[in-house]
Design a protein around this ligand. Structure first.
Ligand SMILES: Nc1ncnc2c1ncn2[C@@H]1O[C@H](COP(=O)(O)OP(=O)(O)OP(=O)(O)O)[C@@H](O)[C@H]1O
Ligand SMILES: Nc1ncnc2c1ncn2[C@@H]1O[C@H](COP(=O)(O)OP(=O)(O)OP(=O)(O)O)[C@@H](O)[C@H]1O
Ligand SMILES: [Mg+2]
Ligand SMILES: [Mg+2]
Lengths: 259, 259
């Protein structure tokens, strides 16, 4: 059975999109068939994979409002085994447009349940979430089996993790009982910054084996790759950032069952 | 007349909170009476100024739902001339709770209009916004005179600026005609990263004199200060990050009229 995994954290700029793009691409290189769904109106995963988030009818919004079917919005990317459902700025209208729809949290889950035959051709489906705990993120949480939480090794990011865990528990209790946290990923780790080490220690004390052994260092190549429309693991596979995401992909595959 | 200024960018992690806390504190040190309003459910500006965003009835949510008055939610901070209206995680419920209220965008503006006598004792009021273009950000935009837009010198951040300008123009046309962009601030500038220079050039070509001459460098002391509940300009006033925010405060005061 394939796994649908949301990459989530309401704190902004912690490496959600960078993790979706590079973890998905690394898994694809290792032969796993992977689908990325960009559920952030900013559309960074879409442009990070070389596609356009404007003037493109094949997008997640047209799927959610049932204008197009799942097989009509999936596009291939320049990476073998990696396909994408792109974002659009129209996504930010969904909250207001569905305000009176009581079942709106289940929008994506229903579409997944109706299209198991299409989804089953993928080993992994990753959903990139916006930096908020609003409707789009709840839709992703309800539609997912598991979660990966990027945790930037900074004070504000660590502070926000409690709010996030509370929201996940609430969704698990009321909307999606099988939801579990597959792993917590430390990102933008900087050896020269004592705060990085402190967050690492605190996170491992608190979340124990849920925290991946692999830590993603701060590496400028990771932030240069998107301007070329390529995952860093393709743009520069020898840099420390790419090596870390390859290590993460191997660790991710080795602990198949969520702890 | 005082100015109400929102610090806004839907891209996450670009330095909105760091700018609100350090620009407001720098202005306070220069003798300007300043009020910070934390409109982000994450509450980073609140903890960055040493206050708690839990178990505190004096908060922006209780003001917006009219449970408390403006003078009942304003608190002093450890910084002279700097006062705060703190955040609470309850803020994230506002969107759903006010879904049927047609005037909800004007919630804060109405409160400001009713309390001009209290607001007039401040030279500047800064509103820290969450990383989204949803209701809380629209409430801030409608209630503001001017905007400061932190622009992280990275590819994804530059890409998102077009969406932001479109949203600002829409609010200006339909809800708040006097709204203007006071300045665009380049943040987390890293001399070793050619992308920083490229974003600087592109931003100044496009936004011309709206871009502040002062550029905030990437400086680890800026990210250490919040763990001590102090603005960096107080925690370590000699570091390059603090010096940059002092320079910004002086530039900010010198171009009083928005360009
Ligand atoms: N390990 C890293 N080293 C250096 N830069 C990084 C790293 N990871 C991400 N970045 C850069 O930092 C910025 C923030 O990362 P990213 O956009 O992936 O975060 P996000 O959590 O998806 O942000 P948002 O909350 O806006 O969706 C981007 O410009 C990205 O290129
Ligand atoms: N110039 C800088 N140099 C180094 N670190 C910085 C700088 N500015 C901000 N930071 C750190 O980067 C992270 C993101 O900054 P900050 O939280 O201020 O951004 P934000 O835009 O308010 O984020 P959000 O979108 O989540 O509200 C924080 O951990 C902060 O301490
Ligand atoms: Mg993102
Ligand atoms: Mg912030």
């Amino acid at each position: 059975k394939n796994k649908i995994i949301s990459v989530i954290n309401q704190k902004g700029g912690v490496g959600k999109t960078t993790t979706v793009v590079n973890l998905a691409a690394s898994l694809s290189i290792l032969g796993q068939k992977t689908l990325v769904i960009d559920l952030d109106p900013q559309g960074n995963a879409t442009t990070g994979l070389g596609k356009s988030n404007t003037n493109n009818e094949k997008n997640i919004y047209n799927l959610l409002i049932r204008k197009l079917n799942l097989n009509e919005v999936i596009e291939s990317t320049s990476v073998q085994n990696l396909e994408l459902i792109s974002s659009t700025v129209n996504l930010s209208g969904l909250e207001v447009e569905t305000a009176t729809n009581e079942d709106r949290a289940f929008t994506l889950k229903k579409i997944f349940d109706e299209n198991k035959n299409i989804l089953n051709k993928y080993d992994y489906v990753f959903i990139d979430c916006p930096p908020s705990l609003s409707l789009l993120t709840v839709i992703a949480l309800v539609g997912s089996d598991e979660l990966v939480v990027p945790l930037q090794t900074e004070f504000f990011a660590l502070e926000g993790i409690t709010q996030l865990i509370k929201t996940i528990d609430r969704v698990k209790e009321n909307l999606n009982p099988q939801l579990s946290v597959r792993g917590i990923l430390l990102t933008m780790f900087d050896k020269r910054n004592k705060l990085s080490g402190e967050v690492d220690t605190e996170a491992r004390n608190h979340f124990k084996s849920k925290v991946y052994n692999t830590v993603i260092p701060r590496n400028v190549r990771l932030s240069e790759a998107p301007s070329h429309g390529l995952p860093c693991v393709i743009y520069d596979k020898t840099c420390v950032g790419s090596k870390a995401y390859f290590d993460l992909a191997n660790e991710f595959l080795s602990n198949k069952e969520s702890v």
